[in-house]
Design a protein around this ligand. Structure first.
Ligand code: FAD
Length: 478
């Protein structure tokens, strides 16, 4: 053990936090490491501390900041896949996984949500009160990371991003003080937290606006790859008309399971009001070869059942381009070549790749601006766009770093280069889908970069969240 690790652990114990501090040989430590979604993120810190209250977060932060040269990480749901985003090797991990309460105030219609909550639990609690918030779309994704990074939701077509629905943040700053950030109090901090990630403080409570919960009509329809052209045309058409049909939501997912050599496309279709066979989903519902299971359900019920399998070594990359059928078809071709390349380089064929396309029409940013705006800067975009996120999952860290990572990076570069050749590449990189080698903040626009830098200097004058919390995306690196 290094001197710094010994001092950090001794100082946390001296501060009375010993009962929530876990060291490598202890069972809760191993369980919390295993609960990271990706094996890639399962680094082994010196110790994990699990505060139960805002006061304990404050005391933890103060103690770690006062321990000379001790670095630390912040983790909520632990779903960000890249190593070091939410965890640390040489340091302490502050794990918010015990702060999981969701409460609803019927008078104000505000939901107060703690960062360690998982979205399935948030929705299950809120549906008891007949209300809903716009949050994550997978049951185990955490609240803290998704909301501080932005949050693409089922309801983005109606209300903008998840962070646009936050009306107040409770934040622990680097000096241990606890502040509120909303339109009236600390408005500059309020704004930069909408997409600015872990650069300003640790958010210990998100107050979100709610709306009435309704049944949804939802399901997955799976198509053979021969349906590509039909689905691409339908995707373009849907995205162009999304502002007129904000009750429908789609995800288009290309998947290759190498062991079975299957290549298929899954359309995840949702009508947010429970309307069956809605007009704007027709082209997907009637496309040839589709097999699916549309059903009436609720968001909470869907998410309790919908969990993306974890426990692999993952690489994620994202890209944005203008809505153009040619680029989507090119992306599908590149995806096919990526699979061939991985099959060649991974002889046991043990890998999984997926590429998800989502509409990013200009109406999304109009909803954000109407709610006060966020850090993305996508209101600058004049055209409807497509948000692409692709992932490669493999069995070992070596295959991941030597094969999965470079192959996926090259595939994304190829799609970008094709988009550029059509004058249709867009610089925007959505933070929550980025690999650690991408630099989302550099794409958020000069004004927003300035606002984030100024807020970081004002609320964290000694630069704790830039230097002592090295993980995640840093505004100082722009
Ligand atoms: C299966 C799956 C499905 C997904 N679905 C969606 C989706 O529908 N929409 C979408 O937008 N994204 C989605 N994502 C991406 C997801 O938003 C990010 O991975 C997000 O970071 C997850 O939140 P988390 O709480 O688990 O974050 P963590 O991995 O715990 O943390 C991520 C980052 O946020 C920082 N952070 C976490 N909590 C706090 C806090 N309280 N205060 C300050 N900083 C904090 C961490 O330091 C870290 O840098 C998905 C990811 C996966 C793996």
């Amino acid at each position: 053990m290094s001197d710094i690790s010994q001092s950090a652990i001794a100082n946390l114990e001296k501060a009375g936090l010993g009962d929530i501090l876990y060291k490598p040989e202890q069972k809760p430590y191993e369980e919390r490491i295993a609960s990271y979604w990706s094996l890639t993120a399962q680094l082994k810190p010196w110790a994990i501390i699990q505060p139960r209250t805002t006061k304990e977060v404050s005391k933890t932060l103060e103690t770690l900041v006062n321990t000379t040269d001790c670095n630390f990480a912040i983790r909520s749901g632990g779903h960000m896949a890249w190593a070091g985003s939410n965890n640390i090797e040489a340091g302490i991990t502050i794990d918010l996984g015990l702060m999981t309460t969701t409460t609803y105030n019927p008078e104000t219609k505000i939901a107060s949500i703690q960062p360690g909550s998982r979205w399935a639990d948030v929705y299950t609690e809120l549906e008891k009160h007949g209300v809903m918030v716009a949050g994550g779309r997978e049951g185990l994704v955490g609240v803290g990371g998704l909301l501080t990074g932005g949050g693409k939701t089922f309801y983005t077509c109606r209300y903008g991003f998840a962070c646009d629905q936050v009306i107040n943040y409770e934040v622990v700053l680097a000096d241990g003080s606890v502040v509120e950030a909303n339109r009236e109090t600390n408005p500059d901090l309020f704004l930069v937290l909408k997409g600015g990630s872990n650069n300003f403080g640790i958010v210990t409570r998100f107050d979100m606006t709610t709306f009435n919960a309704r049944n949804i009509w939802d399901g997955n329809i799976t198509f053979p790859k021969s349906a590509t052209d039909t689905l691409v045309e339908a995707f373009v058409d849907f995205t162009k008309n999304l502002a007129l049909n904000p009750d429908d939501h789609i995800l288009a997912m290309w998947t290759i399971l190498s062991q079975t050599k299957d290549h298929f496309i899954t359309m995840v279709l949702t009508n947010l009001d429970g309307v069956e066979n809605s007009k704007s989903l027709q082209k997907f519902l009637t496309a040839p070869g589709g097999q699916g299971n549309m059903t009436t359900t609720t968001v909470a019920k869907k998410l309790v059942d919908f969990l993306v399998p974890s426990g692999k070594h993952d690489t994620w990359f994202t890209l944005t381009f203008k809505l153009d059928a040619r680029i989507i078809k090119k992306a599908a071709e590149v995806f096919e070549s990526l699979a061939s390349e991985l099959k060649r380089q991974i002889p046991d064929g043990n890998f999984y790749i997926s590429m998800v396309l989502q509409p990013l029409p200009t109406s999304f940013s109009r909803h954000s601006v109407a709610r006060g705006g966020n850090m993305f800067g996508i209101e600058r975009l004049q055209d409807d766009c497509v948000l692409l996120v692709a992932a490669v999952e493999v069995e070992t860290p070596e295959i991941s770093s030597q094969v999965g990572f470079p192959a996926l990076k090259a595939a994304i570069a190829e799609i970008k280069s094709y988009a550029r050749s059509l004058n249709s590449d867009i610089e925007f990189l959505y933070l929550n889908y980025c690999d650690g080698s991408q630099n989302p903040f550099s794409t958020y626009g000069k004004e927003n970069i300035k606002k984030m830098k100024e807020a970081a200097a004002k609320y964290d004058p000694t630069g704790v969240f830039q230097t002592r919390v090295p993980g995640g995306f840093k505004i100082s690196k722009v």
